[in-house]
Design a binder for this molecule. Sequence first.
Ligand SMILES: [Zn+2]
Length: 474
Amino acid sequence: MRPSPTPRSAPLALLVLALGPGCGDPDGGGREAKAKHVLLVTVDTLRADHLATYGGRPSVSPAIDALAAEGTLFERCHAPTGMTLASMTAMFTSKWPDETGVRSNLHRLRDEEWTLAERLKDAGFRCRGFTANGVLQPDKSGIDQGFDAHRRIEDEPWLTHLASKMLVEEFGNDPERRDFLWVHYMDPHQPYQRREPWATRFDPSYDGPFDAEEETLQRIFVDKVELTPRDVQHVEAVYDSQIRRVDQFVRSILSALEKSGHAEETLVVFSADHGEDLYDHNRYFYHANSIYGSVTHVPLVFRQPGRVPAGARVDDLVELIDVMPTILAWLGLDPTAGDWKSHPRGTDLGPAMTSGAAVGKDFAFAQIAFHVYAIRSPGWFYVENPRGYMPRSIPKEGEYVIAERELYDLGGDPDEQTNVLAEHPDVADKLAKALRAWKDDLISVDATEQDLTDEDRARLEALGYLGGGEDDGE
Ligand SMILES: [Zn+2]
């Protein structure tokens, strides 16, 4: 469904006045800035379909659902890969992992890449980040490029406290500056933890033999243990209890933005780096080895009162690489400024929000390292694994089998369970051709390894992040 025109909460002229100085034409290129500031909230490992607003458990995400109801939601947004750093650098550069060279969590974003934060900094923004995931370690990963301050804080209540304090006390308080704040949460990432009272509320009566402990789930994957739907439901309840906990943090962050007095002039963007296999494929509970919709389908919501249509839902296929050009254009900046090599690969989604224009994207693409590639159209999903690569990220053992070629008919099989390659070779060939054309067009760069000390490795290993190997990742 296209966004429908909705009543605006304030006349446009008033809003333009409210945006204040520096907001009309900040880059001198005649572009109108619709927002003065931007708040980006991303949640690690958050499957779109587990949020209530995307059809998940009704009480799992009240604050995120309210945000979506106040803004425009994209029904079909896909991440380029199931690894945090590779996916977030793709979002921040509007390039695919092959083009940034960041295909795993052990790679480093090259200094020559021009990120969202760098573009905003160049335009006079104060850029701050608070991230809870260890693989987004600022100085090692290069994800901090352009940030004036970027802190990694694993304690999420503390992270929320500091980010909220910053919002209330500093965000938008300098009439000469514009602000960009990025907050990245780690729940509902593994190890799954029963977040109470929700874990019990979501599943008060399970008395089966499986818990949602990391070791149990790894054993299920490695030994290919058969679970009943009820067992899977139990693990999902624990995963969902973590979503419910993050939802509280999101509520606090949004309420701090309200308190700052700058919510009306701030574009809020909500999304995730990737989703999670929850026994959907290969009896796997994790994300790094998977390329299916369970892992690539992520939420995407934009909100700005009176500017972004409220309650609209866009059904077009979009990708995380579209986030950066959308934010830049919305802020009145030229996404295609600078050298052609730094031009975004993504599409500005602003027109789809404001005028119901079609996004115009025929395909979304995904990859695992440089071994497995996939292409998604609105009706089909096609995967190529030409060398029979077996992803072995986390855990290191176990078999995550992806056939040489797979094709799924999303119309009758939205969960991508039945490979119909043999029945539809013509569709597969057409998608293979489009996939090849996309790959031929990529400006591929080699990976730059992160410069990790023994101490870094020990710390990341303790968190379950490392084990060696190029496709390591969260
Ligand atoms: Zn992640």
